[in-house]
Write a protein that binds this ligand. Structure first.
Ligand code: ADP
Ligand code: MG
Length: 245
C-alpha cells in the first residue's frame, strides 16, 4: 500500500501507563481492558457487539483523539451539553497516516438533536435547503451526509442507522461507498445494522468479553440472528415465544 493510500487513522492502542484507575469505568469494561492494538482499515472499520460492550465508549475516545468535540459534530463546532466523556481518550493513542483529513464529522448515537441545533445556528445553508429541525431525524441525517460530507475527510459514526428505514440505510451505504472509494474518506462506524455491515470492503471488529476480534460479515452475531429470523420466522418465533408447534 502506498503511503497515500493509508487511512488518516492507522492504528490505535491503550497506553497502560496512562491509565490512572484500571478498575474504574471505562477500564473495567472487558473490551476496553483487552483492547490492545487495533489496526483501522484505511476506508471502513466497523465495530459491532451487544449493547453495553463498549462501542460508544471506544468510538467517543477515538473521535476526541482525532480532534472532534466530545459532543459530536465537525471539528469547528464547539458546544458543550454534558461534559461526561470517559477518561479513555487520555489513555488512547492513535497512529496517523501520511495524509491529514481536510474535514470530518463525529456522529454520536444520542445527540443528533443538539448537533442539528448547533449546525443550524452556524448557518443551515451548507446542509441543504431546509433547517435540519424541519426534517425528520432520518431525513436530517441523510441531508447532512448528502450536503455536508465531502471527500478527503474522516467520519466517525455511532449507530448512523438509528433513524433510517432499510431503504434509507441502502442510500447511506451508497453515500459511504462514494465517499470512501471515490473521495478517499475514512469511516469508523459502530453499528447494529446488517445492511451497513454488508459494505463490500473493510474490517469488522466484533466486541465481546474476550476483547475485539476481526470477523467476517457472515460470522457476526447480528447477521446470523437476522438471517435465521428472516429464513424461518415461524420457527424462530415459536422458539422465542415458547409456543408449542
Ligand atoms: N459514565 C459512565 N459511568 C459508568 N459506566 C458507564 C458510563 N457510560 C457507560 N457506562 C457503561 O459502560 C458500558 C459500555 O457502554 P457503551 O460504550 O455505551 O456500550 P455500547 O455502545 O456498546 O452499547 C456499559 O455497561 C455502560 O453501562
Ligand atoms: Mg452505544
Amino acid at each position: 500500500m502506498s503511503r497515500l493510500d493509508q487511512g488518516y487513522l492507522r492504528e490505535m492502542y491503550v497506553d497502560p501507563s496512562r491509565v490512572d484507575e484500571p478498575n474504574a469505568y471505562p477500564f473495567d469494561i472487558p473490551v476496553i481492558r483487552k483492547l490492545g492494538r487495533l489496526v483501522l482499515h484505511p476506508r471502513m472499520t466497523f465495530f459491532v457487539g451487544e449493547n453495553g460492550t463498549g462501542k460508544s465508549t471506544l468510538i467517543e475516545a477515538i473521535a476526541i483523539n482525532a480532534g472532534f468535540n466530545p459532543e459530536g459534530g465537525d471539528k469547528n463546532l464547539r458546544f458543550s451539553v454534558r461534559g461526561t466523556e470517559s477518561p479513555l481518550h487520555g489513555a488512547l493513542r492513535l497512529s496517523r497516516g501520511a495524509r491529514r483529513e481536510q474535514d470530518g464529522f463525529f456522529l454520536r448515537a444520542e445527540s443528533f438533536y443538539n448537533v442539528a441545533s448547533a449546525l443550524d445556528d452556524a448557518g443551515a445553508s451548507r446542509y441543504g435547503p431546509r433547517s435540519l429541525h424541519a426534517m425528520s431525524h432520518g431525513e436530517a441525517f441523510l441531508a447532512l451526509v448528502e450536503h455536508r460530507f465531502q471527500p478527503n475527510s474522516l467520519y466517525i459514526l455511532d449507530e448512523p442507522e438509528s433513524a433510517l428505514s432499510p431503504q434509507r440505510q441502502f442510500v447511506l451505504l451508497a453515500h459511504m461507498h462514494r465517499l470512501a472509494e471515490h473521495g478517499r474518506c475514512q469511516f469508523v462506524v459502530a453499528t447494529h445494522s446488517p445492511i451497513l455491515l454488508g459494505y463490500p470492503e473493510g474490517t469488522i471488529y466484533e466486541l465481546g468479553d474476550d476483547g475485539p476480534h476481526a470477523v467476517r460479515y457472515e460470522d457476526t452475531a447480528h447477521v446470523q440472528l437476522t438471517r435465521s429470523f428472516l429464513q424461518d420466522r415461524e420457527r424462530f418465533l415459536s422458539r422465542l415465544l415458547g409456543d408449542s408447534e
